[in-house]
Ligand binder design. Structure first.
Ligand code: AMP
Length: 281
């Protein structure tokens, strides 16, 4: 396994691999890897000859006051996990090199990015689409794999790739959970003491909406209220949003008639967690 630190070296490696007829797969991450990330590596290995995993805590997708400085980082541990999972290249660029002081070009998706996390984190998805476009240009992948955990992000990136004609196949892989149902996330390490147990309220709210839907409830308000009631029982939890939206357009629905994404963001203590499920597919 190789560690590559510069965009230029990454492009040189990828161009050589492409000239050799190899298919390249990319897993973009912010590091502090867990089983969820490694499941994306397995998806790439099933679809490509070489797997590049990028580790980059992208400053421009964090808003002022968010957890950029304290985002967990552990490169040696990540490298060990990558080696064990069969990653060929860890691409770990320097923030200053990717974003020189006079950096002045961004990529913005303007429809799917607006609601849900985009509403509470304005500018976040511009940071995401900009870094993913840059990673596509550095790694030149044939296929890139993203997690359903960040369902809106996956939709935004799929739209960006289509709109800007990136010749990259976008795959979305299922959410990987802890044994008790908590969606794996690098931020789970902030859930100390009783907060770890409290964080299960997201999964319980999704269980509740799945139960209500199975029992025939179709009104979005009623489904949303059932979820809110679950979260409200946990004093350390504060709802950022609960949304029931069309799976493709991400527009809110009043009545569930086709596949919908049920997504929620909840602050548990100081840690903002997201989770989701799809109903009616
Ligand atoms: P992150 O490092 O949090 O930016 O995540 C990098 C990629 O891993 C994104 O495509 C995420 O959607 C995906 N991912 C994160 N957590 C999970 C999970 N629990 N299951 C599946 N994919 C995940």
């Amino acid at each position: 396994m190789q560690l590559i630190r510069s965009a230029r070296d990454m492009q040189a490696w990828s161009l050589a691999a492409r000239r050799a007829g190899l298919r390249i797969g990319l897993v973009p991450t912010m590091g502090y890897l867990h089983e969820g990330h490694l499941s994306l590596v397995q998806q790439v290995r099933a679809r490509a000859d070489r797997c590049v995993l990028s580790i980059f805590v992208n400053p421009i997708q964090f808003l002022p006051g968010e957890d950029l400085a304290k985002y967990p980082r552990d490169l040696p541990r990540d490298e060990r996990l990558c080696e064990g999972a069969g990653v060929d290249v860890v691409f770990h660029p320097e923030a200053n090199a990717l974003y020189p002081p006079d950096f002045s070009t961004t990529v913005e998706e303007t429809a799917l990015s607006v609601g849900l996390c985009g509403a509470s984190r304005p500018g976040h998805f511009r940071g995401v689409t900009t870094i993913v476009a840059k990673l596509f240009n550095c790694v030149l992948p044939d296929v890139a794999v993203f997690g359903q955990k960040d369902a809106q992000q996956a939709s935004v990136i799929r739209r960006m790739a289509r709109d800007l004609d990136f010749p990259v196949e976008i795959i979305v892989a299922p959410i990987v959970r802890e044994a008790d149902g908590l969606a794996m996330s690098s931020r789970n390490r902030f859930l100390t003491g009783s907060l770890r147990q409290d964080a299960l309220c997201l999964r319980r709210a999704l269980d509740e909406v799945e139960r209500a839907y199975a029992a025939g409830v179709r009104g979005a308000d009623a489904l949303q209220e059932a979820m809110e009631a679950v979260i409200r029982r946990v004093p350390s939890a504060a709802i950022d949003y609960i949304a029931i939206v069309d799976e493709h357009t991400l527009a809110p629905v009043a009545v569930v008639s086709g596949p919908v994404l049920v997504a929620l963001a909840v602050k548990v203590g100081a840690t903002r967690l997201i989770d989701n499920t799809v109903l009616g597919s």
